[in-house]
Design a binder for this molecule. Structure first.
Ligand SMILES: Nc1ncnc2c1ncn2[C@@H]1O[C@H](COP(=O)(O)OP(=O)(O)OP(=O)(O)O)[C@@H](O)[C@H]1O
Ligand SMILES: [Mg+2]
Length: 365
């Protein structure tokens, strides 16, 4: 499908979008743009509004306020009470359930959108064949959905969305029906497809690794609002809130008291030891804070600054590395600390170090 098309220069813009079901506000002022050729992941916890937002862009839900435009075309304008019909938006949709027609062959499933658009028989044949070939489904054209694996059904759903060359494709959890291994392969394959065909895509997922792997940019939704938006690297390395930090990676949480705060750094006390960390938000001496460090940042068998002694309880072999579980004794309480390492360790006491720039201090809510 060599689709350098008339659609190539279309930006999708969503501005201050609000939507409610009955009295229940679901989207509370969402704004973002999707540039041509860009893959944006809509990431968020269950119920955060990802599907609702995608469906609103598609025209399947009715927002109460805001605007959606695609290039110069207005798809939705709340102020003018204007909504462009779903079929006129021409966006490619891939639903979580695939929603294939069980009594139609793969070919007919994919051809359906073209028939609706009154594309001629010969052209339909060419375009469907090309779409199936692009998705590695050429040999399955005459099969029915129940004769396909989950991964193949997913590809048919994507071929069906791509066949009429939409300016933007919208994918709702496109990989969620696949098992873990297939899912990991499929995300590489899907990213490759999107990039090679130069598509613009908005992809919903609740899996942060999948969002990071597949997208150029992530919109992290929390309770109907964008908590943080940016490249996968920036969300991972520079979270602006504890919520983003926790959503994007695996962390240790250490309850701490602030001893002294100076500029961007602060000294904190954790289980009777003083450690230094980076302030993320307003950190004040005498107050409690949450110190957070990613599992991969904890150094085992370390010396020097920012070291704390903890007891190794057990280790788990993960194939490419070990995950160690330590207990840090804090009076009657125990703080659990997890860390990755390349080698197994003996149980007992170990020195753990927390590099100060990787120990993030968030105000305790
Ligand atoms: N048709 C509906 N009527 C009323 N409430 C709805 C409807 N659809 C969704 N909701 C509510 O809107 C909120 C957002 O739902 P949405 O499906 O957008 O979440 P999501 O982020 O896609 O979650 P998930 O990861 O579980 O798919 C939820 O609280 C949900 O219960
Ligand atoms: Mg959903």
């Amino acid at each position: 499908m060599n689709k350098s098309t008339q659609h190539d220069a279309l930006h999708l813009t969503v501005n201050n979008l609000h939507l409610q079901y009955g009295d229940n506000p679901i989207l509370k002022g969402v704004s973002f743009t999707l540039a041509p050729g860009e893959v944006v992941a809509l990431l968020g916890a269950s119920g955060s509004g990802k599907t609702t937002l995608l469906r609103a862009v598609a025209g399947l839900e009715h927002p109460s306020q805001g605007e959606i435009t695609l290039g110069k075309t207005t798809l939705f304008d709340g102020a003018k009470d204007f909504e462009l019909a779903v079929e006129k938006r021409n966006l490619g949709l891939v639903f979580q359930s695939y929603a294939l027609w069980p009594h139609r062959t793969v070919f007919d499933n994919v051809a359906y959108g073209l028939k609706l658009r009154k594309v001629g028989t010969e052209e339909t044949k060419d375009r469907v064949s090309q779409a199936l070939k692009n998705l590695g489904l050429g040999h399955l054209a005459e099969r029915y959905p129940h004769q396909l694996s989950g991964g193949q059904q997913q590809r048919v759903a994507i071929a069906r969305a791509l066949v009429y060359n939409p300016p933007v494709i919208l994918l709702d959890e496109p990989l969620s029906n696949l098992d873990a291994k297939l899912r990991e392969e499929a995300r590489a394959w899907l990213r490759e497809l999107i990039v090679t065909l130069g598509l613009s895509a908005l992809v919903v997922t609740h899996d942060q690794t999948e969002a990071m792997a597949m997208s150029d940019r992530i919109l992290l939704l929390k309770d109907g609002r964008i908590e943080q938006a940016g490249t996968p690297q920036s969300l991972y390395a520079h979270p602006e809130s504890l919520y983003t930090a926790d959503f994007m990676g695996s962390n240790n949480h250490l309850p701490a008291n602030v001893v002294q705060a100076e500029g961007s750094m602060a000294s904190i006390e954790v289980a009777g030891r003083v450690l230094k960390g980076v302030c993320k938000g307003i950190i004040q001496a005498g107050k409690a804070c949450t110190a957070l460090i990613r599992l991969e940042q904890v150094r085992t068998n370390a010396e020097g600054e920012n070291v704390i002694q903890a007891e190794l309880i057990t280790s788990m072999f993960l194939g490419d590395r070990w995950e160690h579980l330590f207990h840090l004794h804090n009076g009657a309480d125990t703080i659990r600390i997890r860390a990755f390492g390349a080698v197994p360790l003996a149980t007992g006491e170990h020195q753990l170090s927390f590099p100060a720039d990787a120990l993030w201090l968030f105000p305790t809510a």
